[in-house]
Design a protein around this ligand. Structure first.
Ligand code: ZN
Length: 246
């Protein structure tokens, strides 16, 4: 399961609105195939692993998957069907599908067909991997994260003349890795006007540009574009000004 989690993270921030999922097939205790969900619309991790195997699993084969296999048709057929068709007889699952309409159903279907199911292996870690998806699928609202750079004594900037950044390369890299997970980033109009931020995630896999929001109680006249400055967007993301209630 630890390896399946590693595989799932290879699609870090690229599976929205789907969760990240990794899968490993073992035979005789040895890994014989791996797969992970690369992005929405592409095959799920279980199917990728079965394809990577390229043959019928051995009688003692075990599928390890970080998230409960899906049991309904989405953009792709249900993985439960693919597992049953493959002849796999044992499935080890990390976290249950958090969708209230589906939770546990995939496991029930497998068990009903005689497949041995073990669940909860590294369960907390597997669930935590998809905190944004979990929040949205359970509550129907976006998960909001507030980023604050602050000193331990509550200061937000250095004294005048000592530069501006109170963070360092490590924290900035961490922020960009987290930012990669979020499909939208918002700043206040004052920040947009003062800093003209790119609002992109910049990491090892390049620069990505989610939907960007400028929160402005006086929108649209104070939007950066109307002031003659242009967002430093390098990609096709767009700025959206949202008027806040006053
Ligand atoms: Zn699936």
């Amino acid at each position: 399961m630890r390896r399946a989690l590693e595989l799932a993270r290879q699609a870090w921030g690229r599976t929205h609105p789907n969760p990240m999922v990794g899968a490993v097939i073992t035979e005789g205790g040895k890994v014989v195939a791996e797969g992970f969900h690369t992005k929405a619309g592409e095959p799920h991790a279980e199917v990728m692993a079965l394809r990577a195997l390229g043959r019928k699993p051995a009688a003692d084969a075990v599928l390890h998957v970080t998230l409960e296999p899906c049991c309904t048709h989405g953009r792709t057929p249900p993985c439960v069907d693919a597992i049953l068709a493959s002849g796999l007889r044992t499935v080890v699952v990390g976290a249950r599908d958090p969708n209230p309409a589906h939770v546990g159903h995939g496991l029930d279907l497998l068990r009903a067909k005689g497949v041995a199911v073990v669940e909860g292996v590294l369960g907390e870690e597997c669930a935590a991997l998809n905190l944004i998806f979990n929040h949205w699928i359970v509550r129907g609202t976006p998960l909001l994260a507030l980023k604050v750079a602050s000193t331990l004594d509550g200061k937000l900037t250095l004294p005048a003349g000592q530069g501006r950044a109170i963070t360092g390369p490590e924290s900035q890299a961490y922020v960009h890795r987290l930012r990669r997970l979020y499909p939208a980033i918002a700043v206040s109009a004052d920040t947009a006007l003062a800093d003209n931020p790119r609002l992109t995630a910049r990491g090892d896999d390049g620069e990505t540009c989610p939907v960007r929001f400028v929160l402005d109680s006086a929108a649209p006249p104070r939007s950066p574009t109307s002031r003659g400055t242009r967002p430093r967007a390098s990609r096709s993301g767009r700025w959206s000004a949202t008027k806040l209630p006053s």
